[in-house]
Design a protein around this ligand. Structure first.
Ligand code: NAD
Ligand code: UFG
Length: 339
């Protein structure tokens, strides 16, 4: 059975992907330092996939630990989710972000080479594109991130492009996610931000459950139909399926792939609020406040290449995104219970 090391596998996207990997017949080993996730996720992954999943608590920057892991397991591939992802925090603590996301990735790739593991999927982000002056981003959109977090993602992409040039046996997928939302349909796993959520969907769902009094809508004076920002929200289950498809597609015919994972259909903040109200039957109080620094008015994916190369496309729409988020939130009002 093919074995895959999933760094950051107890996190939001990693946990959903781990279940789909296990269901697709991959043996899953998770490495996570639990800096932004809970150990309890592992039991839920096992419960939902009905398969055993190995969990190692530790840091991708720990050379010795990685060497031990690679000597104890024979991996076919690595999916590298581990990273810090809060844009505002990255501006305040750049060294922490470069150390964790860039130095951590270098340690991981170095130990992969030493162990002879050359197949990798890397979690990149639409944030690598910055602000190109148009709203539909293809993979050829210039790479010019406008924040520290985005620059850490671009640096790791650059490192991987250079690694491929230096050692052609590498097989690498750079997957650029748009805005992941939603949860496993069981409501057993979902997004569990520690502290105040930075992102729209977890904030809305915490308002719905009564943990927060109202949502702040950051600006209604953008040049969009209702004045609020437009984003390409993608269901985390579709995103997870994209990883399984990428893992199966990587090989001699497709040794290096760079793909947007999005739906191609953007929604506004007000549309997301209405959809969530429909799904939950709960009114979401909100207040229009000023724009958030660094926000763009609108962007979404051209996701044609992922369809062509992977035969993958997002299937789940806005109503499922909201219904599944609400199912997770209402059955786990305090998340996994330790934040
Ligand atoms: P998450 O925070 O839920 O998951 C990341 C996991 O990595 C966490 O469990 C955390 O504990 C772990 N981690 C962080 N640093 C680590 C380290 N040094 N060693 C070991 N484990 C470490 O975030 P997520 O939303 O699941 O994101 C997964 C990946 O996708 C990240 O790399 C993120 O940058 C990227 N991404 C996320 C989004 C998004 O909006 N969620 C969008 C684009 C890209
Ligand atoms: N928004 C609000 N109120 C909130 C939170 C967000 O009005 O409390 C608005 C934002 O202004 C934006 C939209 O909701 O118009 C989406 O904001 P998010 O914070 O959910 O997502 P972003 O598009 O800003 O960024 C996210 C991740 C990044 C990632 C990017 C990829 O946070 O890490 O998607 O497209 F890089």
């Amino acid at each position: 059975m093919r074995k895959v090391l999933v760094t950051g596998g107890t996190g939001y996207i990693g946990s959903h992907t781990a279940i789909q990997l296990a269901n697709a017949g991959f043996e899953v080993v998770i490495l996570d330092n639990l800096s932004n996730s809970s150990k309890g996720v592992v039991a839920r992954i096992e419960e939902l996939s009905k398969r055993q999943v190995d969990f190692i608590e530790g840091d991708i920057r720990d050379h010795e630990l990685l060497r031990n892991i690679f000597s104890q397991h024979t991996f076919d591939s690595v999916i590298h989710f581990a990273g810090l992802k809060a844009v505002g925090e990255s501006e305040e603590q750049p060294l922490r972000y470069f150390d964790n996301n860039v130095s951590g990735s270098i340690v991981l790739f170095d130990e992969m080479i030493k162990a002879g593991v050359y197949k990798l999927i890397f979690s990149s982000s639409a944030t690598v594109y910055g602000d190109p002056g148009y709203v539909c981003y293809s993979e050829n959109t210039p790479l010019a991130p406008i924040n520290v977090y985005g620059r850490t993602k671009l640096m790791v992409e650059d490192i991987l492009r250079d690694l491929k040039k230096s050692q052609p046996k590498w097989q690498i997928a750079l997957l650029r996610y748009f805005n992941p939302v939603g949860a496993h349909e069981s409501g057993r796993i979902g997004e569990n931000p520690f502290g105040v959520p930075n992102n729209l969907m977890p904030f809305i769902s915490q308002v719905a459950i009564g943990r927060r009094s109202k949502l702040m809508v950051y600006g209604n004076d953008y040049a969009t139909p209702d004045g609020t920002g437009l984003r390409d929200y993608i269901h985390v289950e579709d995103l997870a399926a994209g990883h399984v498809a990428a893992l199966k597609t990587l090989g001699d015919v497709n040794p290096f792939i760079t793909l947007n994972l999005g739906t191609g259909k953007p929604y506004s903040v007000l549309e997301m609020i209405s959809a969530f109200e429909r799904a939950s039957g709960i009114k979401i109080p909100y207040e229009i406040v000023g724009r958030r620094a660094g926000d763009l008015s609108e962007y979404y994916a051209n996701a044609d290449l992922a369809k062509e190369i992977l035969g993958w496309q997002a299937k789940l729409g806005i109503d499922r995104m909201c219904a599944d988020t609400w199912c997770w939130q209402k059955s786990n009002p305090e998340g996994y219970g330790i934040d």
